[in-house]
Design a protein around this ligand. Structure first.
Ligand code: UD1
Length: 432
């Protein structure tokens, strides 16, 4: 390919043009949680009855999951924020790798498929830009419940032996509190024979959301949100109407948008307990927060550097590490940011440096020396949250930044630039 072709290809990539330096004001609405919605959609596989889920965000990941579920025979209809699903004619044919690749959450279908049909076949999700992301814990958990699992040619095939093909309740102790593995075993265990206990379970709010919906469907789950979950298996589950919780990562991103532009902003709906670690860090770095029944108003002061270490919930979420680093790049003083969940989640550092940030990277630790002003540059978000970090940095930078990586951004943020523009930012989307 000639140099000219390479350059023109670069220029024609979809991007956001962000004029930095504008203050934000007003109220912004937080959409339903992507990570909850995705797993709740797979939980609909557990019953032949109709399931209605509301507050579903409009995201490409949700479209991807809808396609995966349709390949399994699920009838699915979407009307604005509500999805109706019915898995009456569920089959266990494996969805094509092209659909599963890039949508890791589609692997979570394996639990409900095994629970309901006693058989499942799902392509193994690959690693991704932020890390290897194994599914060892998911498979260990399913084996503990009595499934035969083999991985061949990139496909995971699982089946339950015996005439009734029903999993058997068991004790599952995770080596690490994986969110996806907890969800997989939880969904497999609700239709198993007898009692299952999951120890060292993930405690993320999305797990509580899943357990609440499963219980509305007739499951018997106790303890979700804590380290030990008990599940008494039942023979059958039924339909339900369920509303997804607000997206805590989007809420955090919007609060950081206010902080990085030193603007007062109110966001709602939000469940403050889902964001405790993030709210504490925002306070520590100089923001005043007013929490009311449904929302949070943020009033930033002079932003000071703080140290951040990502941890499983209730610790600081890895998904807000990159966005928060953009804020710290503009803070007074030094911050140390340590990524403990993913081995390769520092790719935004180089891009922030292109915008004038002063960051030294040593393995998974970044030492950020705040600078008085970021400067606009062409940058690219290499994963979903890195792309959000670039947008945030663009809001604060002097000049017009060009942010690529919209394929990532659109996976997890509904109308991010429209929301920010309604509060006063100047962002223009340029499609191909
Ligand atoms: C979910 C979220 C993702 C978030 C992550 C951590 C969804 C759709 N995605 O991803 O946005 O960043 O939680 O909060 O809900 N691990 C193992 N072995 C395993 C499984 C995981 O070592 O078998 C490790 C992973 O490599 C990673 C850590 O555990 O280092 C967390 O992974 P996990 O909690 O499984 O994340 P996901 O469920 O994939």
């Amino acid at each position: 390919m000639s140099n000219a072709a390479t350059v023109s290809q670069r220029i024609s990539k979809p991007h956001l043009a962000i004029k930095g330096g504008y203050k934000l004001s007003g109220d912004l609405t937080v959409s339903g949680a992507k990570n909850s919605a995705l797993v709740l959609m797979t939980a609909s596989l557990l019953t032949e009855c109709p399931v209605e889920i509301s507050n579903i965000p409009a995201l490409t990941d949700i479209e991807g999951m809808s396609k995966v579920l349709r390949t399994m025979g699920v009838k699915l209809k979407r009307q604005s924020e509500t999805i109706n699903l019915q898995a009456e004619n569920l089959n266990h044919s494996d969805p094509p790798y092209e659909l599963v690749n890039g949508l890791r959450a589609s692997f979570f279908c394996i639990g409900p498929l095994l629970g309901r049909l006693g058989e499942a076949k799902i392509p193994l999700p690959g690693g991704c830009r932020i890390g290897a992301r194994p599914v060892v814990e998911h498979i260990r958990g399913l084996k503990a419940l009595g499934a035969f699992v083999k991985v061949e040619h990139g496909v995971v095939t699982a089946s339950v032996p015996g005439i009734n093909k029903r999993l058997k309740g068991a004790s599952v102790v995770f080596d690490c509190p994986s969110v996806g593995a907890t969800e997989t075993v939880l969904m497999a265990a609700v239709l198993a024979e007898g009692k299952t206990t999951i120890e060292n379970a993930a405690q993320e709010p999305e797990i509580q959301d899943l357990a609440r919906m499963l219980n509305m469907m007739g499951a018997k789950v106790i303890g979700a949100g804590g380290p030990t979950i008990s599940i008494q298996g039942v023979k059958k589950l039924f339909g339900c109407n369920y509303k997804v919780i607000p997206d805590r990562i989007e809420a955090g991103t919007l609060l950081i948008a206010a902080a990085i532009t030193r603007s007062k902003l109110r966001i709602s709906p939000v469940i403050p307990e889902h964001l405790s670690a993030v709210l504490q860090k925002l306070r520590d770095c100089g923001c005043q927060l007013k929490i009311d029944k449904k929302g949070i108003t943020i009033i930033p002061g002079e932003i000071q550097g703080v140290d951040i270490t990502t941890q499983p919930f209730p610790g600081f979420p890895t998904d807000l590490q990159a966005p928060f680093m953009a804020l710290l790049a503009t803070a007074k003083g030094t911050s140390v940011v340590t990524e403990k969940i993913y081995e390769n989640r520092m790719q935004h550092v180089g891009e922030l440096q292109r915008m004038g940030a002063s960051i030294r990277l040593q393995g998974s630790t970044a030492v950020v020396e705040g600078v008085p002003q970021l400067s606009a540059a062409p940058v690219s978000g290499g994963d979903l949250r890195a792309a959000a970090a670039m947008v945030l940095a663009g809001l604060a930078a002097k000049g017009t930044s060009k942010v690529e990586g919209l394929n990532h951004l659109d996976r997890g943020y509904e109308d991010l630039e429209k929301k920010l523009n309604s509060a006063g930012s100047q962002i223009q989307r340029h499609e191909l």
